[in-house]
Design a binder for this molecule. Structure first.
Ligand SMILES: Nc1ncnc2c1ncn2[C@@H]1O[C@H](COP(=O)(O)OP(=O)(O)OP(=O)(O)O)[C@@H](O)[C@H]1O
Length: 359
């Protein structure tokens, strides 16, 4: 039985229309990404049944919540879903435990079943159970809201910019918990965001929305490395690679290995064997036809040019590379591309000037 999500919505407003037809994975985090007003929230609300598309269709595996052609529309309160919005709307008169028990009371039998202590531990709020919402930080409130949503036994978790109202410190505090949900939950999470960093860190699947339309939908790196979508990430264009910690070296560098080679980063005290996500921006990758000896750049991998395309930055091009099957992007000047004769199929060296560890 496939647990893939099917979502087809057409919503017409006076100045905006949403028309999406998506097949999304039944596990992991799918990010809905796009500029403000591109329709991310509208799409999420349609999935929740909070917005009704006249000819809509929405199903998770065999569980159909909306099939207008067949006269089916399950109202939101009868759907086994959890929704977390930008601002945690906790009941102020209930303690943290009381808020969580409220979630448990409306637990469906269809979705995941959790015990309250298990979820409290997973979200790091077990020491806060007796407090009232007014005694919590924004990040803690958001974690309680997620816990409450999970205790309702959802088959899917819908999150609408859950970090947008938090400052950077709180964001960084909550991200590890979201990563943990990602690793440990067997249900899909749909995650609305317009922050490229969050998407790079959390998403497995990426849907790019623009003006109510799906511009791209696919595996994170597949979409991030599309050089025919130059404006989507603009200066943030780049890819995410998964690398494992191979060794911590004496000069305070950590050696990471991925199928395409070796990458050195500042010492990062994760145990050997741990997988880390690394973000490599196109602007931090330069190209050379032969291995460079007289350079301070440590990270250099063999690559083959897949394609190149103009980018939003005047005088520059984006080059898509294949590194042992994984995509990598480089942004170089058009002049350099001509001088080096960059063309599809050319084997060369990609020098990586900076790697951002995402965990
Ligand atoms: N209730 C509503 N009635 C009429 N128009 C609406 C309503 N809600 C949103 N819109 C409009 O629909 C369009 C899509 O809005 P939506 O909130 O889905 O975008 P978004 O991508 O989530 O944006 P943001 O990142 O700013 O939250 C916008 O033009 C918005 O002004």
């Amino acid at each position: 039985m496939s647990s893939a999500i099917q979502a087809r919505f057409r919503i017409e407003r006076r100045d905006f229309s949403l028309a999406v037809d998506l097949t999304l994975p039944g596990r992991g985090i799918t990010a809905l990404f796009g500029h403000s007003g591109s329709g991310k929230t509208t799409c999420l609300r349609a999935m929740a049944g909070l917005e009704r598309a006249a000819d809509g269709y929405f199903a998770i595996g065999d569980e159909v919540w909306q099939d207008e052609a067949a006269g089916c529309f399950v109202p939101t309160h009868q759907r086994a879903l959890g929704v977390v919005f930008q601002e945690a709307s906790l009941f102020p008169h209930l303690s943290v435990r009381g808020n969580m028990e409220f979630g448990q009371k409306r637990a469906s039998t269809a979705g995941l079943r959790f015990a309250l202590p298990e979820i409290a531990e997973m979200l790091g709020i077990d020491h806060l159970l007796a407090r009232n919402p007014a005694q919590l930080s924004g990040g803690e409130r958001q974690r309680v809201a997620i816990a409450r949503a999970l205790l309702a036994g959802p088959q899917i978790l819908l999150m609408d910019e859950p970090l947008a109202a938090l400052d950077l410190k709180r964001k960084l505090e909550i991200l590890p918990y979201l990563e943990r949900l990602h690793r440990e939950l067997a249900i899909p999470i749909i995650y609305v965001s317009h922050a490229p960093d969050e998407v790079a860190r959390l998403a497995d699947h990426l849907v790019l929305l623009d003006d109510g339309k799906v511009v791209a939908s696919g595996r994170l790196n597949e979409v991030l490395s599309r050089i025919d979508l130059p404006s989507a990430f603009a200066d943030d264009a780049g890819v995410v690679i998964e690398a494992s910690v191979a060794a911590h070296e004496a000069d305070d560098l950590t050696r990471l290995e991925f199928p395409g080679g070796t990458i050195f980063v500042s010492r990062h005290d994760e145990p050997v064997g741990t997988f880390l996500r690394c973000r490599i921006h196109a602007r931090d990758v330069s190209l050379a036809l032969v291995p460079q000896v007289h350079t301070s750049i440590l990270n250099c991998v063999g690559a083959v040019v897949v394609d190149l395309a103009p980018t939003a930055t005047p005088g520059h091009v984006l080059v898509k590379l294949d590194v042992a099957g994984e995509p990598l992007l480089a942004r170089i000047t058009r002049r350099s591309a001509e001088r080096l004769g960059i063309r599809p199929g050319l084997a060369l060296r990609a020098q990586i000037k900076a790697v951002a560890l995402l965990a």
